[in-house]
Design a protein around this ligand. Structure first.
Ligand code: NIG
Ligand code: FE
Length: 419
């Protein structure tokens, strides 16, 4: 078998469904050609091959590259002042209704150039990459006018070209009502649906369409208008659903066959059942839950019972989730929502791929998939969820190309063989 690269001397958490825990292969090997995995299995079964290069990992664990399937990575300014207000007891809704919240990030984002937005997003991206992320979803939604939304989406696309990760974009025009439309919300919805989305789509800037369905944001009817347009443009949809209240968001997402419904703390049983029927993923955002001191956990037991795949994401954003670590997110999901470490890793790999419609290409270590991998200085996969903020990454590969090469030193003296 011809290959560009053999990876060996490693344990594989393939995350393939249905077999051993974590889809583990204790003494594994991988052959990569043209950026894709052409063979994976036990080292003992390695077929005859002609790999040009070999990377050996001293018995370290290799997982699929992590996927952060819900971020607002591109934005101007910060909202640490609102953070201080919330610590004083002012609620997120109160801040939003009094002209702060998302709208204050809109003002800051409109003021910044593409170059400035790119530079600050790249810094946050580094936090994700240092925790094994190789694919990131990035939303618009802090522009809320034609030029600023296009600006955000162009920056997101540039991250995919120059950031060393795969990037997927989502148009989040219905995120908040921009200040200039305070008196005529219908006109803004028209503009978001009939003007901004088609323009962004025709520039090739949109992979999916998202909206924020909540009394402080947009109604089921308004979101439906946007989703009808997405359907007409053959774009998949996602939804910020039932984060602060039960707004029947899960059912709305399911009605449109959404890739995912995200947050879903307050979703009801009928909504979860409807999601299961159409295969929508439930994306849990434990960073936002923590930062808002939310107490109502998402209905994890219902999702297990109905078979709704659970994914995890940072929701990296300046208001409710200034979180730039995927492994910390896994920890928070286990501690706050009682996911098992295996569910957490599944949520950061296989199910996250599905939440982006990328399950044919990424999310598991499987023949035919892209060679996006993370190599870790850990003894057991559960360590990825156990540590909070510890550096665990040894290396990543994107498309079969090694990234994060400077990360090897820490732990190089530790013998991981045979543990
Ligand atoms: O995903 N839920 C809505 N939007 C963001 C919050 C954005 C903000 O406050 O800036 C979220 O949590
Ligand atoms: Fe969000």
């Amino acid at each position: 078998m011809e290959a560009d690269l053999l990876i060996t001397d490693c344990k594989l958490a393939t995350m393939i469904e249905g077999g051993a825990a974590y889809g583990a292969i204790e003494d594994g090997a991988l052959l990569i050609k043209g950026g894709r995995i052409v063979w994976v299995g036990a080292r003992a079964d390695l077929p005859a091959h002609t790999a040009t290069n070999t990377d050996k990992f001293d018995g370290r664990w290799v997982t699929p590259g992590l996927i952060d399937c819900h971020t607002h990575l591109v934005f101007g300014g910060d909202r640490s002042g609102e953070f201080e207000q919330r610590l004083e007891g002012v609620s997120y809704e109160e801040i939003a209704r009094s002209g702060g919240g998302i709208v204050s990030s809109v003002r800051a984002t409109r003021e910044e150039t593409e170059e400035q937005l790119f530079a600050s997003a790249l810094k946050r991206l580094q936090g994700l990459k240092d925790t094994g992320v190789t694919t990131v979803e990035i939303k618009s939604g802090y522009g809320l006018d034609l030029d600023s939304e296009l600006k955000m989406l162009r920056v997101a696309r540039r991250i995919g070209r120059e950031g060393g990760v795969r990037a997927r974009t989502s148009y989040l025009g219905l995120h908040a009502l921009p200040p200039e439309h305070k008196a005529d919300r219908a006109a803004y919805v028209d503009k978001a649906v009939d003007e901004i989305l088609p323009a962004a789509h025709s520039e090739g800037l949109v992979d999916a369409v998202d909206a924020y369905c909540e009394p402080i944001a947009f109604s089921v009817d308004e979101v439906s208008r946007l989703f009808d347009k997405a359907k007409a443009l053959r774009l998949p949809v996602k939804l910020h659903a039932d984060q602060l209240s039960d707004s029947d968001g899960a059912a709305l997402a399911a009605r449109y066959g959404a890739l995912s419904a995200d947050h879903i703390e307050y979703s009801n049983e009928a909504g979860i059942a409807a999601m299961a029927k159409v295969g929508s993923v439930g994306v849990l955002l434990p960073g936002a839950f923590l930062m808002l001191r939310e107490t109502k956990a998402p209905p994890v037991d219902l999702m297990r019972r109905y078979g709704v795949p659970m994914a995890l994401a940072t929701d990296c954003n300046p208001g409710t989730s200034p979180v730039a670590s995927m492994t910390a997110t896994m920890n928070l999901a286990c501690v706050q929502f009682r996911l098992t470490p295996e569910e957490a890793l599944t949520g950061a790999t296989r199910n996250a791929a599905r939440a982006l419609g990328m399950q044919d290409d990424v999310g598991t270590i499987e023949e035919g998939k892209l060679a996006d991998l993370a190599v870790w200085d850990i003894r057991r996969p559960a360590e990825l969820s156990y540590w909070l903020g510890a550096p665990l990454l040894h290396a990543t590969y994107v498309n079969g190309t090694r990234r994060q090469p400077d990360w090897g030193a820490g732990g190089a003296d530790i013998d991981f063989q045979g543990r």
